[in-house]
Write a protein that binds this ligand. Structure first.
Ligand code: F6R
Length: 606
């Protein structure tokens, strides 16, 4: 939801924090601020707006210092105002705090502190923290002890950091459920919500676990558990991602860059080691019941996998939206729950996994961010290796997850003798052809997709329709359109049309229909029948199909014709086309593509 970073060591820390916080902007971007250690005081500069704007407005770079912390916000408690922007100061201005997460008992704490005379400037939950630190320090004159006392009073989730004028060379930070890492450079140490906070400076990281706090200085760091008071030995994790892959590399937006990276993303997903997937297959194989969980795009990835497991492995594995998992409570000690998550930090998915564990279920995950909470909490993590996905909208990570789940289904099919070795080899060959096909399509078709997206940019309502495995593709593609272009788009199975929705069809309702290759005869015919139903009511249909030799202008209002491909990769290719369609609609409507409104990269609140 929010991004936090901090650095100690160099002289030009304002600059270092600027890079760090800008790299974290995808986590939140409605306001941002910094606290910089000065000889006589802590300087706090903050305002509403993106990082670049606020740095300029507040002239932050002119302050040179050796230590500071910074925060970029996605509002949860309190409006987007300067007063509600982090960092927050104690009354005596000796403590400055930044925080990601939610302090659920802040109302009680605030009332008590106000009674004791503490003055509050914001509506946020975070502001109780500097006041608690100040209060305990007045009694103990011991920063560390005051910190531990404060942490033990906080309920909820947090990754937080503070600096204090009483200890001007140290950053204090702690974590419970929200991600927090240290970056270990030679001359400079960092804290951050994720690797992107310091990836330009060091690839060595220390992952802070729940209930741990760290004291970080230029020359080192100490990590302790604030419940047990024990010091904790922490290994250094080497980050595989390089900082260049986190940059835009000439593309106007990260979304476009990440769409264009998909051929490589697929290659990476195909390179994930056999033994990692075999372990996952074994867990599925020996579990009586298996459920897939994800939310938003990853729920649609899970739905896709539901179809794929049925088709390729003859195994019914339902997909459940993470946020509904606890209500449905389908897991027990014979279950295996497989989560899908790009960030590995999504609150709803974490909650589903925790619930599954509490029922005795085994857990697994396909996850992109190494060292993330989900990757560490499950019994069987599979790292998808897609590299950083910076755009808030998920594209390449979702495709890689679909590839990995297809590989898993194929292996399970082979193991359970639902597939012959020959059939398995054939499917794998098709998957391996995907990177080149996507590459060619992106190069050859993006001009056409741009044209039709621009032409139809003012359409107010889209229906996205598909049957079978094309149905989750329709849902995911409609979500892309909604979240990046803010255009109403409804994903639906074709079969639903005649059960009510046809009443809506008229020349103002536009449909996109995902048509399977005609080798999938039954599905193909049934999908075309739905197109006929819409056309009979004068509805507009953009058909995305593979019938290169059969243009059908009588049936479709607009056709996007793709070269014939094997059925196992056909829906994936259509999904890539729909990503571009949403992207170009958004750019035609001048939307803020990489940071669309009301969505954050990792939704760490419930
Ligand atoms: C859509 C999107 C969200 C995420 C969802 C889950 O483009 O990005 O719907 O898919 O918030 O996030 P992760 O995959 O990080 O668990």
């Amino acid at each position: 939801m929010c991004g936090i970073t901090g650095a100690v060591g160099l002289k030009d820390i304002s600059n270092v924090l600027f890079d760090g916080i800008r790299n974290l902007e995808y986590r939140g971007y409605d306001s941002c601020g910094v606290a910089l250690m000065n000889r006589n005081s802590i300087i706090v500069k903050k305002n509403v707006g993106g990082v670049g704007d606020v740095y300029q407005k507040e002239n932050i770079l002119r302050h040179s210092t050796h230590l500071g912390i910074a925060h970029t916000r996605w509002a949860t408690h309190g409006q987007v105002t300067r007063n509600n922007t982090h960092p927050f100061l104690s009354c005596d201005k000796k403590f400055a705090v930044i925080h990601n997460g939610i302090i659920s008992n802040y109302r009680d704490l605030k009332t008590r502190l106000q009674k004791e005379g503490h003055r509050f400037d914001s509506d946020t939950d975070t502001e109780v923290i500097p006041h608690l630190l100040e209060k305990f320090y007045q009694k103990t004159s011991d920063i560390e002890a005051s910190f531990v006392q404060t942490l033990n009073l906080l309920e909820g989730t947090f990754a937080l950091a503070f600096i204090t004028h009483h200890q001007p060379d140290q950053i204090y930070c702690a974590k419970r459920e929200s991600p927090l890492l240290l970056g270990i450079g030679d001359e400079v140490k960092f804290i951050g919500s994720d690797f992107n906070a310091f990836i330009d400076h060091t690839k060595n990281a220390v992952i802070i676990d729940d209930d741990e706090y760290a004291i970080v200085s230029k020359d080192g760091y100490t990590v302790k558990n604030f419940v047990t008071n024990q010091e904790v030995e922490k290994p250094i994790t080497r980050i595989e991602w390089d900082s260049e892959t986190s940059k835009k590399g000439g593309y106007p937006h990260y979304m476009l860059k990440e769409i264009y990276e998909q051929p490589q993303t697929v290659v990476k997903a195909l390179e994930v080691e056999e033994k990692t997937l075999n372990r996952l297959v074994d867990m599925i194989h020996k579990s009586k019941s298996v459920q897939l969980v994800g939310v938003g795009t990853t729920y649609y990835v899970a739905m896709y996998a539901n179809y794929i497991f049925s088709a390729l492995a003859g195994r019914y594995i339902p997909a459940i939206s993470s946020d509904e998992f606890v209500s449905l409570s389908p897991a027990d000690k014979n279950s295996f729950v497989l989560a899908v998550s790009q960030s590995g930090e999504t609150y709803d998915t974490l909650s589903a996994l925790k619930h599954a564990k509490s029922k005795g279920a085994k857990t697994g995950a396909i996850v992109n961010v190494m060292g993330s909470s989900i990757s560490r909490m499950v019994d069987c993590p599979v790292l998808q290796g897609s590299g950083p996905e910076i755009c808030v909208i998920s594209t390449k990570a979702a495709l890689a997850q679909m590839i990995l789940l297809t590989r898993t289904a194929l292996k399970l099919g082979l193991k359970d003798k639902k597939l012959t070795q020959k059939a398995y080899n054939g499917f794998m060959k098709s998957l391996k052809s995907l990177p080149d096909i996507i590459e060619a399509l992106l190069n050859e078709r993006s001009g056409f997709i741009h044209r039709i997206a621009h032409q139809h940019r003012n359409v107010k309502n889209w229906l996205y329709l598909g049957r079978g495995v094309y149905y989750p593709i329709a849902l995911e593609s409609a979500l892309k359109m909604k979240e990046v272009a803010y255009v109403h788009a409804e994903g639906m199975p074709c079969g639903f049309l005649k059960h009510g929705t046809l009443a809506m069809i008229d020349p103002d309702i536009y449909s996109i229909v995902f048509i399977p290759p005609n080798s999938e005869k039954v599905l193909y015919q049934a999908t075309l029948a739905s197109v006929e139903e819409i056309r009979a009511r004068s509805g507009f249909v953009l058909g995305i199909h593979f019938d290169e030799r059969n243009r059908n202008p009588d049936l479709f209002s607009e056709e996007l014709i793709l070269p014939p491909v094997p059925p196992v990769i056909a829906p994936l290719i259509q999904m890539v086309i729909a990503q571009l369609f949403a992207y170009f609609t958004a750019t035609s409507l001048k939307r803020n593509v990489d940071k669309p409104r009301s969505l954050a990269k990792s939704v760490t609140v419930g």
